[in-house]
Design a protein around this ligand. Structure first.
Ligand code: 9MG
Length: 382
């Protein structure tokens, strides 16, 4: 049964090279499926996806060591090697059910949440100002609601690489009429901003979620603005700021560095009075990352579940898609957006932030139908 105890990338190999200094422990669930039913299988975030194998990663001052193995073998190894508590904490965080913004908590077998993007800006990379005018932005939002968006993400400042900042007053003037109209139509709206005054104005106008690409570091008052509300908060990782973030981004290990940064931001939020169960995390695809960083983060996305929070992913129309393909323009990147989005869902991401709601909804329905074992006889049962 256990074939992962010898050689490089195995638990025995790990014993040989795991140094003796302090190490941070990560678990990356492997082979996630709703067809796994063994005594060893654990639910991801309460289910329906389960896993019975993982990659154990220990990172210390000298770098990271890793081994892939069955969960029971990892647990035994951690008990014997002084990592029992960290292992238990990480596995519990991965498995615990969590409230996902935009999802009905009572829903049985809920699909992943779709967050539709509304850029009320003249200069967004992806739609080039198509919805800068309030009426067009509102109509676009109403259309996305019809198509099945669960959340509408309204932003008044472009975060594309190289974008110039916008004053908070200008931003408020852009987003407020749109938020008011969409919430009046019954939409759940998130405000995409890094400015505290915009957060406050948007929440007062009916927005129910804060989406901050700076993880509440972009304004000295934003932690307080979030803490004084009870809105869910999306903390996104960004290296630097939009104007400079693509200048030679560098990481020791992109997925783990981003994970550590988000862990630090979660602790900062909790210390500021934002309850942990209000927080959603997002590795910030395209924000201060090369194509290789983005693809490695997406490949190893399941490691982020150890943060114990819902996971939001934004890949829609981003430039890494053109870089991996034929250099297509933003509006011609639908195929790659769907492929990357479904790959993220396969690793348990709970929310997709997208431009193309109808197409994403359709892709998701087919993906769920052909990957779900729940109603079939071929589920792997004990
Ligand atoms: C505002 N914005 C642009 N891209 C984004 C992404 O990937 N995630 C989140 N949360 N916000 C984003």
């Amino acid at each position: 049964m256990v074939d992962d105890t010898e050689g490089p990338g195995t638990l025995r190999g790990l014993s040989a090279c795991a140094g003796h200094g302090p190490a941070r422990l990560y678990l990356r669930p492997l082979g996630l499926s709703d067809g796994i039913w063994g005594p060893d299988a654990r639910p991801l975030a309460g289910g329906p996806l389960r896993f019975d194998r993982a990659e154990l990663i220990l990172r210390g001052p000298d770098g990271a060591v890793r081994a892939a193995a069955q969960l029971a073998d990892i647990e035994n190894w951690c008990r014997s090697n002084g990592h029992a508590d960290a292992h238990e904490a990480c596995l519990s965080a991965i498995c615990a059910p969590r409230a996902v913004p935009g999802r009905d908590p009572g829903a049985d077998d809920p699909p992943p949440v779709i967050m539709g993007i509304i850029n009320v800006t003249p200069d967004s990379f992806s739609d080039g100002g198509d919805f800068f005018e309030a009426r067009r932005a509102i109509d676009h939002g109403l259309g996305m609601l019809e198509q099945g968006a669960d959340i509408l993400d309204v932003g008044g400042e472009s975060t594309r690489p190289g974008a110039d900042p916008v004053s908070p007053d200008e931003e408020i003037g852009r987003v407020l009429p749109v938020i008011e109209a969409l919430t009046a139509a019954g939409a759940t709206v998130s405000i995409d901003t890094r400015h505290a005054s915009v957060m406050r104005a948007a929440l007062a106008a009916g927005a129910g979620i804060i989406n901050d690409v700076t993880a509440l570091t972009g304004d000295p008052d934003s932690l307080a603005a979030a803490a004084e509300s009870d809105a869910p908060v999306v903390l996104m990782h960004m290296r630097g700021e939009p104007r400079t973030m693509q200048t030679a981004p560098d990481y020791d290990d992109a997925p783990l560095d981003v994970c550590d940064h988000l862990a630090g931001r979660i602790e900062a939020c909790v210390a500021a009075g934002i309850a942990r169960d209000r927080i959603t995390v997002d590795p910030g695809i395209g924000f201060g990352k090369t194509v290789e960083h983005n693809t490695e983060i997406l490949r190893k996305l399941a490691v982020f579940h150890g943060l114990g929070c819902p996971l939001l992913i934004g890949v829609s129309r981003k430039s890494f898609i053109g870089a991996l393909s034929r250099g297509e323009r933003a509006k011609d990147r639908l195929g790659g957006s769907l492929a990357a989005g479904l790959a993220a869902l396969s690793q348990g991401a709970q929310i997709l932030r997208v431009h193309d709601v109808a197409e994403t909804r359709q892709a998701m329905a087919v993906w769920r139908a052909v990957t779900s074992h729940r109603l079939e006889n071929d589920a792997i049962r004990p």
